[in-house]
Write a protein that binds this ligand. Structure first.
Ligand SMILES: Nc1ncnc2c1ncn2[C@@H]1O[C@H](COP(=O)(O)OP(=O)(O)OP(=O)(O)O)[C@@H](O)[C@H]1O
Ligand SMILES: [Mg+2]
Length: 281
């Protein structure tokens, strides 16, 4: 199996070797319904500052729950979860989330939807204007400020969701299948826009990106975490061999693309080994 040159990760680790990782989960467990449902169990994971970590895993393995835990929207049952070295108790500073279904407010304009997070955090109007205008421009929505969500295509609505998160200048972006509802072409466009944004040093941030698309993970990720079926655990983490800058064509032309794709597919298809599951109980 391919391994990534260390500098791919090191280059984007940012903030010096001594800085705490963006996110650290140590033996983290989340149960629902008094333990009747275990979303993830004894999960260990470290997310570096400024890396793009894609998470793939079977439906129901706890991916969304893990993101919600990092966002401070739900408490752990046992174990530890640290964001920038501090235990998560409620929504941590510097964390923004982008949802699968846009999450826009239909009665607000594109501009006001984009500004929503910043306004809630108490930013002044001048900062809001400067930041929202800048990101609307970067994602190609300049001129649509006064439109309402129902007047936009799905891809445009998802861009507004991105603007809302990016405008907050988060150090950690949590993305829960943000492009899953889009058609293939729009999805590819947004993936490339996101990559070219992350290529700008001033825009780099830790990104946790959940996807069911192996191709999307291979394109976007600095590292790919593969989760096991419920109760979810990190099964394996694969560093990306594709380096920066990268785009759809260069990644797909690389012979390692097909190899990694087949490997991840096989892993996701493999039935859970009951002996292994017992080990982790
Ligand atoms: N609020 C809740 N109450 C009870 N059970 C829950 C709750 N939220 C999630 N679960 C359960 O936890 C498990 C993990 O759910 P989660 O949404 O995290 O999975 P997922 O990996 O994101 O799945 P998908 O790929 O389908 O989005 C599921 O069995 C789900 O039913
Ligand atoms: Mg989910």
């Amino acid at each position: 199996m391919a391994t990534a040159p260390a500098e791919i990760i090191a280059d984007r680790s940012g903030a010096g070797a001594n800085a705490a990782p963006a996110v650290q989960a140590i033996q983290a467990t989340k149960m629902f319904l008094d333990g009747a449902v275990i979303a993830y169990r004894n999960l260990n994971l470290e997310i570096k500052r400024q890396e793009i970590l894609c998470i793939v895993g079977p439906s129901g393995c706890g991916k969304t729950t893990l993101l919600r835990s990092i966002a401070g929207l739900t408490d752990l049952s046992t174990g530890e979860l640290l964001v920038h070295g501090k235990p998560v108790k409620g929504p941590p500073d510097g964390v923004a989330m982008v949802f699968q279904h846009f999450g826009l407010l239909p009665w607000k304009t594109v501009y006001d939807n984009g500004a929503f997070g910043l306004r809630m955090s108490g930013a002044n109007e001048a900062t809001i204007k400067e930041r929202v205008t800048r990101y609307l421009q970067l994602v190609g929505l300049a001129g649509f400020e006064k439109s309402f969500p129902h007047q936009l295509s799905g891809g445009m609505q998802q861009r507004v969701g991105l603007v809302r998160a990016l405008a907050m200048n988060p150090s950690i972006m949590l993305m829960d299948e943000p492009f899953a509802a889009l058609d293939a072409q729009t999805r590819e466009t947004l993936q490339e826009e996101l990559l070219s944004l992350m290529q700008r040093p001033e825009e780099r941030k830790a990104m946790v990106f959940i996807t069911h698309s192996i191709d999307e993970a291979l394109l976007l990720a600095d590292r790919i975490a593969i989760m096991t079926a419920r109760p979810g655990k990190i099964d394996e983490i694969l560093p990306s061999p594709f380096g920066w800058p990268r785009d759809f064509d260069s990644v797909q032309r690389n012979p390692l693309f097909a190899e990694m794709r087949a490997y991840i597919r096989a892993k996701l298809k493999a039935p859970t080994d009951p002996a292994k599951a017992k080990e982790t109980a």
